[in-house]
Design a binder for this molecule. Structure first.
Ligand code: MG
Length: 355
């Protein structure tokens, strides 16, 4: 009982292997195996499924609470909406728990609430219940926001599953899960990576990268419903947040027991983000995003999904970046110089408190 197991460190909240170990060895140990979920806690997907309802809870502690391209309120709504949306569900109600730090300016509080309202309108969902607490001045950095939410099945999801079955007769999944990939599936990325992490880092450190790197934080639920309903064939989706694309691809690979090969020259990345990462010694594949989706789609539908993505504001820089394969396990990248590099799950996102 008194064995020294150390203390919680910042790395325990940074995505990657350290956080995954904490979740598996402690959270799943105590919460796993009880309750009634079709997609349970121990599946460690973006959200859980209870009956025909998708359920998600996500707390946001980004530092600072305002950063280029967004703020903690926009992040809190988008984070929960996107985790519900990537299972194929449409978010239809949210709950919001606010923990405010003594000293937070009312004007800033109101700015955050207005931003949350705007983001809710973009996502087509509302906050219908919640709670507010205040704590003494300390290290909170202004406030912490929890947003929980529920999502429901839609005709677009049913249509998508039907399209997958046309090409894969043994497909049984009722939801878009990390474990659904099969060799041959194409992997798409909806846009550039690293923008959010770099924008938050620049605000944390007072860095200027000689350009305006802005967070990509946005709700993607409407876009995702369009992809499911208008094209279909999507087998898995993930928002590459903490731990970035590297972590998201490793989740797919582990849970679906397949290899994933991506092509470096296909991965969209802004020139200034790439340059800033090189300067700071960061791997853009491990930096978090808040407005992107990684999509696995049956190969017969990949070009159509890409075409639709490219007609949208959120997906105009989308690319097919790779494919699932049975030739090896894990994640590998074909580099621009012609070699192959193993993409491991990062130890943790290199930027602290990005969400
Ligand atoms: Mg997620």
């Amino acid at each position: 009982m008194n064995a020294n197991k150390g203390n919680i460190t910042m790395l325990h909240g940074a995505g990657g292997t350290v956080m995954h170990d904490l979740v598996k060895n402690y959270i799943v140990k105590y919460f796993g195996g009880i309750g009634n979920a079709e997609v349970p806690l121990e599946a460690l997907d973006d959200a859980a499924v209870v009956g025909d309802t998708v359920l998600k809870s996500d707390s946001h502690a980004v530092k600072p609470i305002f950063f280029p391209g967004g703020d903690i309120g926009r992040l809190a709504i988008s984070g929960t909406v996107n985790d519900i949306a990537v299972l194929g569900a449409e978010p239809y109600a949210l709950a919001c728990g606010l923990v405010l730090e003594e000293g937070l300016a009312i004007a800033d509080f109101e700015k955050i609430l207005a931003s949350m309202r705007q983001t809710c309108q973009e996502a087509g969902v509302g906050v219908v219940t919640g709670d507010t607490k205040v704590v003494e001045k300390g290290s909170l950095g202004g406030c912490v926001i929890n947003v929980s939410g529920v999502g429901r099945r839609t005709e677009a999801l049913e249509r998508n599953l039907k399209v997958v079955k046309q090409f894969r007769s043994d497909f049984k999944a009722r939801w878009i899960l990390d474990s659904n990939l099969k060799p041959g599936d194409k992997i798409l990325l909806s846009g550039t990576i690293g923008d959010h992490g770099l924008a938050v880092l620049s605000a944390q450190e007072g860095l200027s990268f000689g350009s305006s790197i802005k967070s990509d934080v946005k709700p993607l639920s409407r876009l995702i419903q369009r992809l499911l309903g208008e094209v279909g064939g999507i087998t898995a989706m993930k928002d590459p947040t903490r731990g970035g694309l590297a972590d998201a691809l490793n989740e797919f690979s582990e849970k679906s027991h397949i290899g994933i090969l991506v092509h470096e020259d296909k991965i969209p990345i802004r020139k200034d983000v790439k340059a800033a990462c090189e300067m700071l010694g960061l791997d853009p594949l491990e930096v978090g995003n808040e407005g992107k989706i990684v999509i696995s789609v049956v190969k017969e539908k990949a070009e159509e999904v890409l075409k639709l993505l490219k007609t949208t504001e959120e997906g105009k820089e989308a690319e097919i970046i790779g494919e699932a394969t049975k030739d090896f396990s894990g994640v590998a990248m074909q580099t621009v110089v012609g070699g192959k590099r193993i993409i491991q799950r990062p130890v943790g996102d290199p930027v602290p408190r990005i969400c």
